[in-house]
Write a protein that binds this ligand. Structure first.
Ligand code: NAD
Ligand code: UDP
Length: 339
């Protein structure tokens, strides 16, 4: 299925000399759709490849009316179709990111990591394209070092329930690093820490979307464990700005942490969402998933020094925008609903 877009003028301020041909795998997902929008707005020709496993065409529906955007139904584990144009850049985002989804078919998760990266390498070699890889803070596992710097090698159980994702992503970092060196591919890798924002799927299963949806529907907010475990939540616009800065950087090599260093206990997040939505939902506790990391916070010294990047949007501002987005997307409540 290909949606061919209508002709459209490039966004104002577009530098046509820098116009690139860009592929984004997983481009119809949460992060991918924000990235595609940013690239299209900069006047690049963007092909979004996605099999809609956890993403949706509706995430990029508005972009399909733009002349420089094409949505292409494609499984990232298969070779890139020959019919696609030559690419200057390939952004490798295809992979379910929510624990609920990546654990629902663990073999498939491992295979999309390794086969997806293999296909990206093949096409990058043919086209001479630069590669961007969306890695994750999960490569640090349940970290024994805090905050996590890029030189920390991690604490991951290779046969635990999270291994399909953690080890899949670790393997891809190794594969891409070696391929870049052996084949002379320009590679940029971001280790992304928990990111949230508009267009997350209501059934995504990650904590911010769960809490916001539960609060808006008047359902109990489900805190797993005692809620003292921490995460560092980055607003999606900040992350995409970091992606673009990293891909554009001339000299950086190796993975770079991108995330918001403000460390938030999960219980505090639940209380904040209840307060900000004005919900009458209760906060309840459910069993902690096996091997759930205790603490997570990025050391972003490298991103700051080498890219001049740091997040700008605090938790409350980001939550406000996210809550507003879910309010407009969730079905209107009936008078009988409790909120
Ligand atoms: P998401 O689940 O919303 O997006 C993943 C996209 O990949 C979806 O559109 C999905 O349909 C697509 N996909 C999955 N398998 C595919 C396949 N075989 N072929 C083609 N497309 C496929 O998740 P997201 O939050 O947007 O994450 C995007 C990337 O960023 C992932 O690689 C994820 O590991 C990474 N990441 C995200 C976060 C975060 O906090 N959002 C943190 C760390 C890393
Ligand atoms: N979590 C929670 N309630 C939920 C979903 C998640 O308490 O409804 C917790 C989860 O156990 C973890 C944290 O929130 O400690 C972040 O979970 P998420 O799935 O968003 O991402 P992770 O960082 O674990 O990959």
């Amino acid at each position: 299925m290909i949606f061919l877009a209508q002709p459209d003028a490039p966004a104002s301020g577009t530098d046509l000399r820098a116009r690139k041909s860009i592929a984004v795998t997983g481009g119809a997902g949460f992060l991918g759709s924000h990235l595609c929008r940013a690239l299209v707005d900069r006047g690049h020709d963007v092909v979004c490849l996605d099999n809609f496993h956890t993403g949706s065409a509706s995430n990029v529906e508005d972009l399909c009316a733009r002349a420089n955007f094409t949505l292409f139904a494609h499984d990232a584990t298969l070779p890139f179709p020959d019919t696609l144009p030559r690419f200057d850049e390939i952004w490798n985002l295809a992979c379910p990111a929510s624990p609920v989804h990546y654990q629902s078919d663990r073999v498939r998760t491992l295979l999309v990591c390794c086969d997806g990266a293999r296909r990206v390498i093949e096409r990058a070699r043919t086209d001479g394209a630069a590669v961007f890889h969306a890695s994750t803070s999960e490569v640090y596992g349940d970290p024994e070092v805090h905050p996590q710097r890029e030189d920390y090698v991690g604490h991951v159980n290779p046969i635990g329930p999270r291994a399909c994702y953690d080890e899949g992503k670790r393997f891809v970092e190794a594969l891409l690093t070696d391929a870049a060196e052996q084949y002379g591919i320009r590679l940029r890798m971001a280790r992304i820490f928990n990111t949230y924002g508009p267009r997350m799927h209501p059934d995504d299963g990650r904590v911010v979307s769960n809490f916001v949806v539960q609060a808006l529907r008047g359902e109990d907010l489900t805190v797993y464990g005692d809620g003292t475990q921490t995460r560092s939540f980055c607003y999606v616009d900040d992350l995409v700005a970091g992606f673009l800065a990293l891909m554009a950087a001339e000299t950086v090599s190796g993975p770079v942490n991108l995330g918001n260093p403000a460390e938030i206990p999960v219980e505090h997040l639940a209380e904040t969402v209840v307060e900000m939505t004005g919900s009458r939902s209760a906060i309840v506790h459910r069993p902690l998933p096996v091997h759930d990391p205790r603490r997570r916070r990025p050391d972003i010294g490298r991103a700051l020094a080498e890219l001049g990047w740091r997040p700008r949007i605090g938790l409350r501002e980001g939550l406000e925008r996210t809550i507003h987005d879910f309010e407009t997307r969730l079905a209107p409540r009936t008078p009988a609903d409790p909120v």
